[in-house]
Write a protein that binds this ligand. Structure first.
Ligand SMILES: NC(=O)C1=CN([C@@H]2O[C@H](COP(=O)(O)OP(=O)(O)OC[C@H]3O[C@@H](n4cnc5c(N)ncnc54)[C@H](OP(=O)(O)O)[C@@H]3O)[C@@H](O)[C@H]2O)C=CC1
Ligand SMILES: O=C(O)[C@@H]1CCC=N1
Length: 264
Protein backbone atom coordinates (compact mmCIF):
# COMPACT_ATOMS: atom_id res chain seq x y z
CA UNK A 1 0.00 0.00 0.00
CA UNK A 2 1.30 3.46 -0.96
CA UNK A 3 0.10 6.67 0.67
CA UNK A 4 0.52 10.21 -0.59
CA UNK A 5 0.44 12.70 2.26
CA UNK A 6 -0.48 16.20 1.10
CA UNK A 7 -2.14 15.58 -2.25
CA UNK A 8 -1.91 19.00 -3.88
CA UNK A 9 -0.50 19.75 -7.35
CA UNK A 10 2.58 17.55 -7.05
CA UNK A 11 0.90 14.87 -4.95
CA UNK A 12 -1.94 14.61 -7.44
CA UNK A 13 0.49 14.43 -10.37
CA UNK A 14 2.26 11.54 -8.63
CA UNK A 15 -1.06 9.90 -7.75
CA UNK A 16 -2.26 10.01 -11.36
CA UNK A 17 1.12 8.65 -12.50
CA UNK A 18 0.92 5.70 -10.10
CA UNK A 19 -2.55 4.85 -11.40
CA UNK A 20 -1.41 5.12 -15.04
CA UNK A 21 1.52 2.87 -14.15
CA UNK A 22 -0.87 0.11 -13.11
CA UNK A 23 -1.48 0.67 -9.40
CA UNK A 24 -5.11 -0.04 -8.52
CA UNK A 25 -7.01 2.76 -6.74
CA UNK A 26 -7.38 0.30 -3.85
CA UNK A 27 -3.56 0.17 -3.49
CA UNK A 28 -3.19 3.93 -3.00
CA UNK A 29 -4.22 6.12 -0.06
CA UNK A 30 -4.24 9.91 -0.20
CA UNK A 31 -4.44 12.62 2.43
CA UNK A 32 -5.41 16.26 2.09
CA UNK A 33 -5.96 19.07 4.55
CA UNK A 34 -9.40 20.18 3.33
CA UNK A 35 -12.30 17.73 3.28
CA UNK A 36 -13.60 19.05 -0.05
CA UNK A 37 -10.20 18.40 -1.60
CA UNK A 38 -10.25 14.84 -0.20
CA UNK A 39 -13.74 14.27 -1.60
CA UNK A 40 -12.69 15.59 -4.98
CA UNK A 41 -9.70 13.19 -5.08
CA UNK A 42 -11.92 10.23 -4.12
CA UNK A 43 -14.41 11.08 -6.84
CA UNK A 44 -11.87 11.64 -9.60
CA UNK A 45 -9.42 8.83 -8.85
CA UNK A 46 -11.40 6.29 -6.82
CA UNK A 47 -8.70 6.22 -4.11
CA UNK A 48 -9.50 6.23 -0.39
CA UNK A 49 -8.58 9.36 1.57
CA UNK A 50 -7.65 8.89 5.22
CA UNK A 51 -5.99 10.79 8.06
CA UNK A 52 -2.22 11.24 7.99
CA UNK A 53 -1.93 8.92 11.02
CA UNK A 54 -3.92 6.17 9.34
CA UNK A 55 -1.90 6.56 6.15
CA UNK A 56 1.36 6.15 8.08
CA UNK A 57 0.01 3.08 9.91
CA UNK A 58 -1.46 1.31 6.85
CA UNK A 59 1.09 1.93 4.09
CA UNK A 60 4.48 0.36 3.46
CA UNK A 61 5.59 3.46 1.52
CA UNK A 62 4.55 7.05 2.11
CA UNK A 63 5.25 9.99 -0.17
CA UNK A 64 5.36 13.32 1.64
CA UNK A 65 4.16 16.04 -0.76
CA UNK A 66 3.21 18.95 1.50
CA UNK A 67 4.89 22.33 1.16
CA UNK A 68 8.26 22.57 2.91
CA UNK A 69 6.72 25.02 5.41
CA UNK A 70 4.13 22.36 6.42
CA UNK A 71 6.59 19.49 6.75
CA UNK A 72 7.51 19.91 10.43
CA UNK A 73 3.90 19.80 11.59
CA UNK A 74 3.07 16.84 9.31
CA UNK A 75 6.07 14.89 10.60
CA UNK A 76 5.06 15.71 14.20
CA UNK A 77 1.57 14.39 13.46
CA UNK A 78 2.67 11.06 11.99
CA UNK A 79 5.76 10.37 14.15
CA UNK A 80 3.87 8.34 16.81
CA UNK A 81 2.33 6.10 14.11
CA UNK A 82 5.29 5.33 11.87
CA UNK A 83 6.38 1.66 11.83
CA UNK A 84 10.17 1.13 11.81
CA UNK A 85 10.23 -0.42 8.32
CA UNK A 86 8.13 2.25 6.60
CA UNK A 87 9.80 3.70 3.49
CA UNK A 88 9.43 7.49 3.66
CA UNK A 89 9.84 9.33 0.35
CA UNK A 90 10.06 13.08 0.77
CA UNK A 91 9.21 15.17 -2.29
CA UNK A 92 9.54 18.63 -0.75
CA UNK A 93 12.03 21.25 -1.90
CA UNK A 94 14.77 21.99 0.58
CA UNK A 95 13.80 19.39 3.20
CA UNK A 96 16.79 17.16 3.99
CA UNK A 97 16.64 13.46 4.83
CA UNK A 98 18.19 14.25 8.23
CA UNK A 99 15.35 16.72 8.94
CA UNK A 100 12.83 13.91 8.30
CA UNK A 101 14.89 11.33 10.23
CA UNK A 102 15.27 13.62 13.23
CA UNK A 103 11.49 14.01 13.49
CA UNK A 104 10.45 10.44 12.72
CA UNK A 105 13.15 8.95 14.87
CA UNK A 106 15.50 6.01 15.03
CA UNK A 107 16.46 4.17 11.88
CA UNK A 108 13.68 5.20 9.53
CA UNK A 109 14.58 4.77 5.84
CA UNK A 110 14.12 8.06 4.01
CA UNK A 111 14.63 8.79 0.31
CA UNK A 112 14.59 12.39 -0.88
CA UNK A 113 13.08 13.00 -4.30
CA UNK A 114 12.82 16.05 -6.49
CA UNK A 115 10.50 15.49 -9.39
CA UNK A 116 8.67 17.93 -11.66
CA UNK A 117 5.17 18.44 -13.03
CA UNK A 118 5.80 16.65 -16.38
CA UNK A 119 4.96 13.63 -14.20
CA UNK A 120 1.52 14.39 -15.61
CA UNK A 121 2.62 13.28 -19.09
CA UNK A 122 5.05 10.55 -17.95
CA UNK A 123 8.02 12.78 -18.83
CA UNK A 124 9.17 13.77 -15.35
CA UNK A 125 12.76 14.30 -14.32
CA UNK A 126 13.09 12.80 -10.85
CA UNK A 127 16.32 12.85 -8.88
CA UNK A 128 16.66 10.73 -5.75
CA UNK A 129 19.08 10.55 -2.81
CA UNK A 130 19.24 8.07 0.06
CA UNK A 131 19.06 9.12 3.69
CA UNK A 132 21.30 7.59 6.36
CA UNK A 133 19.15 4.45 6.77
CA UNK A 134 17.90 3.94 3.22
CA UNK A 135 19.37 0.85 1.55
CA UNK A 136 19.85 -0.12 -2.09
CA UNK A 137 16.48 -1.89 -1.85
CA UNK A 138 14.78 1.35 -0.73
CA UNK A 139 16.36 3.26 -3.63
CA UNK A 140 15.24 0.54 -6.07
CA UNK A 141 11.68 0.69 -4.71
CA UNK A 142 11.67 4.45 -5.16
CA UNK A 143 13.02 4.13 -8.71
CA UNK A 144 10.37 1.52 -9.53
CA UNK A 145 7.68 3.97 -8.40
CA UNK A 146 9.05 6.90 -10.39
CA UNK A 147 10.35 5.25 -13.58
CA UNK A 148 6.90 4.79 -15.16
CA UNK A 149 6.38 8.57 -15.00
CA UNK A 150 9.71 9.63 -16.47
CA UNK A 151 13.46 9.57 -16.05
CA UNK A 152 15.09 8.86 -12.67
CA UNK A 153 18.62 9.74 -11.66
CA UNK A 154 20.47 9.07 -8.39
CA UNK A 155 22.42 12.10 -7.14
CA UNK A 156 24.27 12.93 -3.91
CA UNK A 157 21.98 14.71 -1.49
CA UNK A 158 24.37 17.69 -1.51
CA UNK A 159 23.20 18.36 -5.10
CA UNK A 160 19.48 18.22 -4.35
CA UNK A 161 18.97 21.98 -3.92
CA UNK A 162 20.74 22.60 -7.23
CA UNK A 163 18.60 19.93 -8.92
CA UNK A 164 15.47 21.53 -7.48
CA UNK A 165 16.52 24.82 -9.08
CA UNK A 166 17.32 23.17 -12.44
CA UNK A 167 14.76 20.44 -13.06
CA UNK A 168 12.22 20.85 -10.23
CA UNK A 169 11.52 24.45 -11.21
CA UNK A 170 12.79 23.93 -14.77
CA UNK A 171 9.43 23.49 -16.49
CA UNK A 172 8.38 26.94 -15.21
CA UNK A 173 11.34 28.57 -16.99
CA UNK A 174 10.29 26.98 -20.29
CA UNK A 175 6.66 28.05 -19.86
CA UNK A 176 7.92 31.56 -19.10
CA UNK A 177 10.07 31.49 -22.23
CA UNK A 178 7.09 30.37 -24.30
CA UNK A 179 4.98 33.24 -22.88
CA UNK A 180 7.71 35.72 -23.79
CA UNK A 181 8.10 34.34 -27.32
CA UNK A 182 4.34 34.37 -27.89
CA UNK A 183 4.32 38.03 -26.78
CA UNK A 184 6.99 38.65 -29.39
CA UNK A 185 4.74 37.05 -32.00
CA UNK A 186 1.92 39.35 -30.91
CA UNK A 187 4.27 42.33 -31.22
CA UNK A 188 4.96 41.26 -34.79
CA UNK A 189 1.21 41.11 -35.52
CA UNK A 190 0.73 37.34 -35.33
CA UNK A 191 -2.59 35.97 -34.01
CA UNK A 192 -2.09 34.64 -30.45
CA UNK A 193 -3.23 31.08 -31.16
CA UNK A 194 -0.98 30.75 -34.21
CA UNK A 195 1.97 32.21 -32.27
CA UNK A 196 1.40 29.74 -29.43
CA UNK A 197 1.27 26.83 -31.89
CA UNK A 198 4.49 27.88 -33.57
CA UNK A 199 6.37 28.38 -30.32
CA UNK A 200 5.05 25.20 -28.72
CA UNK A 201 5.95 23.01 -31.70
CA UNK A 202 9.39 24.67 -31.87
CA UNK A 203 10.11 23.91 -28.21
CA UNK A 204 8.82 20.32 -28.52
CA UNK A 205 10.87 19.73 -31.67
CA UNK A 206 13.97 21.26 -30.11
CA UNK A 207 13.53 19.21 -26.92
CA UNK A 208 13.18 15.94 -28.84
CA UNK A 209 16.26 16.76 -30.97
CA UNK A 210 18.23 17.49 -27.80
CA UNK A 211 17.13 14.28 -26.13
CA UNK A 212 17.35 11.92 -29.09
CA UNK A 213 20.23 13.20 -31.24
CA UNK A 214 22.87 13.05 -28.53
CA UNK A 215 24.28 16.31 -29.98
CA UNK A 216 25.54 19.11 -27.77
CA UNK A 217 23.13 22.09 -27.64
CA UNK A 218 25.82 24.36 -29.08
CA UNK A 219 26.05 22.18 -32.22
CA UNK A 220 22.26 22.18 -32.60
CA UNK A 221 22.07 25.96 -32.19
CA UNK A 222 24.93 26.56 -34.63
CA UNK A 223 23.05 24.48 -37.23
CA UNK A 224 20.20 27.03 -37.03
CA UNK A 225 22.45 30.09 -37.02
CA UNK A 226 23.33 31.07 -40.59
CA UNK A 227 26.18 33.56 -41.14
CA UNK A 228 24.72 37.05 -41.46
CA UNK A 229 21.24 35.59 -41.01
CA UNK A 230 18.19 36.07 -38.81
CA UNK A 231 19.08 33.84 -35.84
CA UNK A 232 22.38 35.58 -35.10
CA UNK A 233 20.53 38.91 -35.16
CA UNK A 234 18.29 37.58 -32.38
CA UNK A 235 21.15 36.02 -30.44
CA UNK A 236 23.09 39.28 -30.55
CA UNK A 237 20.13 40.91 -28.77
CA UNK A 238 19.88 38.09 -26.20
CA UNK A 239 23.58 38.58 -25.45
CA UNK A 240 23.16 42.36 -25.28
CA UNK A 241 20.42 41.83 -22.67
CA UNK A 242 22.59 39.36 -20.70
CA UNK A 243 20.03 36.55 -20.92
CA UNK A 244 22.65 33.90 -20.16
CA UNK A 245 23.79 35.81 -17.05
CA UNK A 246 20.13 36.20 -16.04
CA UNK A 247 19.68 32.40 -16.18
CA UNK A 248 22.80 31.84 -14.10
CA UNK A 249 21.60 34.31 -11.47
CA UNK A 250 17.99 33.04 -11.54
CA UNK A 251 18.89 29.40 -11.04
CA UNK A 252 21.36 30.30 -8.30
CA UNK A 253 18.57 32.28 -6.57
CA UNK A 254 16.28 29.23 -6.79
CA UNK A 255 19.01 27.05 -5.27
CA UNK A 256 19.47 29.56 -2.43
CA UNK A 257 15.71 29.75 -1.82
CA UNK A 258 15.62 25.95 -1.52
CA UNK A 259 18.25 26.15 1.22
CA UNK A 260 16.20 28.80 3.05
CA UNK A 261 13.04 26.66 2.88
CA UNK A 262 14.83 23.97 4.85
CA UNK A 263 15.27 26.46 7.69
CA UNK A 264 11.49 26.96 7.91
N1 LIG B 1 4.69 22.12 -7.97
C1 LIG B 1 5.83 21.67 -8.44
O1 LIG B 1 6.20 21.84 -9.61
C2 LIG B 1 6.76 20.91 -7.56
C3 LIG B 1 6.56 20.80 -6.20
N2 LIG B 1 7.44 20.10 -5.43
C4 LIG B 1 7.24 19.99 -3.99
O2 LIG B 1 5.99 19.38 -3.76
C5 LIG B 1 5.45 19.87 -2.56
C6 LIG B 1 4.02 20.32 -2.80
O3 LIG B 1 4.01 21.39 -3.72
P1 LIG B 1 2.70 21.71 -4.54
O4 LIG B 1 2.03 20.44 -4.89
O5 LIG B 1 3.09 22.67 -5.58
O6 LIG B 1 1.83 22.48 -3.40
P2 LIG B 1 0.28 22.39 -3.10
O7 LIG B 1 -0.03 23.49 -2.16
O8 LIG B 1 -0.48 22.25 -4.38
O9 LIG B 1 0.13 20.98 -2.33
C7 LIG B 1 0.34 20.78 -0.97
C8 LIG B 1 -0.84 19.99 -0.44
O10 LIG B 1 -0.57 19.58 0.88
C9 LIG B 1 -1.78 19.68 1.61
N3 LIG B 1 -1.46 19.72 3.04
C10 LIG B 1 -0.83 20.68 3.74
N4 LIG B 1 -0.70 20.33 5.03
C11 LIG B 1 -1.26 19.09 5.13
C12 LIG B 1 -1.45 18.19 6.21
N5 LIG B 1 -1.02 18.48 7.43
N6 LIG B 1 -2.07 17.03 5.96
C13 LIG B 1 -2.51 16.71 4.73
N7 LIG B 1 -2.35 17.51 3.66
C14 LIG B 1 -1.76 18.70 3.87
C15 LIG B 1 -2.41 20.94 1.09
O11 LIG B 1 -3.77 20.93 1.40
P3 LIG B 1 -4.70 22.24 1.13
O12 LIG B 1 -4.83 22.32 -0.36
O13 LIG B 1 -5.97 21.86 1.79
O14 LIG B 1 -3.98 23.39 1.75
C16 LIG B 1 -2.12 20.83 -0.40
O15 LIG B 1 -3.14 20.11 -1.07
C17 LIG B 1 6.34 20.99 -2.07
O16 LIG B 1 7.10 20.52 -1.00
C18 LIG B 1 7.20 21.32 -3.27
O17 LIG B 1 8.47 21.74 -2.86
C19 LIG B 1 8.49 19.44 -5.98
C20 LIG B 1 8.73 19.49 -7.31
C21 LIG B 1 7.91 20.25 -8.21
O1 LIG C 1 8.59 26.42 -6.49
C1 LIG C 1 8.79 25.51 -5.68
O2 LIG C 1 9.17 25.79 -4.53
C2 LIG C 1 8.56 24.09 -6.07
C3 LIG C 1 9.81 23.26 -5.92
C4 LIG C 1 10.27 22.94 -7.31
C5 LIG C 1 9.18 23.40 -8.15
N1 LIG C 1 8.25 23.98 -7.46
Amino acid sequence: MIAILGTGKMGEALLSGLLRAGFKPGDVLATARRTERAKDLEERYGVRTVSNAEAAKSADTIILAVKPQDMASLLGEIAPHVPADLLVISAAAGITTSFVESRLGADIPVVRVMSNTPVLVDEAMSVISAGAHASEEHLKRTEDLLRPVGKVLRIPESQQDAATALSGSGPAYFFYLVEAMVDAGILLGMPRAAALDMVTQSIVGAAIMLRDSGEHPVILREAVTSPGGTTIAAIAELERHSVRAAFLAAIEAARNRGRELAEG
